[in-house]
Design a protein around this ligand. Sequence first.
Ligand code: CAA
Length: 263
Amino acid sequence: MEFITYEQEGFVGVVTINRPKALNALNSQVLDELEATFDAIDLDTTRAVVLTGAGEKSFVAGADIGEMSTLTKAEGEAFGKKGNDVFRKIETFPIPVIAAINGFALGGGCEISMSCDIRICSENAVFGQPEVGLGITPGFGGTQRLARLVGAGMAKQMIYTARNIKADEAYRIGLVNAVYPLEELLPAAKKMAAGIAANAPIAVRNCKKAINDGLQVDMDQAIVIEEKLFGDCFETEDQKAGMGNFLEKDKEKKLKVVPFQNK
Ligand code: CAA
């Protein structure tokens, strides 16, 4: 891997997009390496992932403008699909992915953060969809996920004006859950991931699937999705141990969650 680093800390995986000379912009190679990195994560020993960017200035400054500048219509569409496929892999990844947004999150950078389950950012973070200024639309899911996250009105304003917003405004509109001083961001993301990893892994996975799948359908279908995933938790070691510990009033044991493969 040239542009992605992966570290494992206990049950938490940390994926870092590492192309600081181009402010971690996403070219085809970065996208390929990101996909390969997520494919290689061992889901038996990893329960949450943190995604961040290398350096102190940029999370991801977008798709690579140099690479896109000479694309034909067909190549442009294929490049959009390439990014969309990788981001959809992150969005539907079985375990939670937390974006630790450490600076610029523009275009494809804002878009990749929106494919993550949770977004937290540093005080110097800047968000935006500047594509219309470059003569294109957002192409890695921005027209779809931004509207779903912050509402169509705010999404349209950001996308049509191509105006960047700072961390405090991103927090105000609900694009990020929290803002930290830069040096506290990664520790906070890892702490949150470790907290998720301490919970029952089958239940956490089923929660992610229930929320994601339920949002795609109407409420009558959504509650059936929930019922199936709720039922799926029963008879698992997680459920037996989790409820058993509660009934035995054993707060210490409650934290000792069984490995995922013991379903
Ligand atoms: N693609 C390719 N290279 C990029 C890049 C990008 N998206 N963003 C930054 N870089 C490169 C710059 O070309 C520069 O390289 P050189 O040193 O070789 O010249 C290097 O990163 C540092 O950038 P700057 O000198 O511009 O740094 P700055 O601090 O002055 O400005 C910035 C930072 C405001 C983020 C500015 O770099 C910028 O505006 N970048 C482009 C942001 C953007 O428009 N992103 C959206 C891309 S389109 C997209 O993402 C489409 C989609 O939806 C799929």
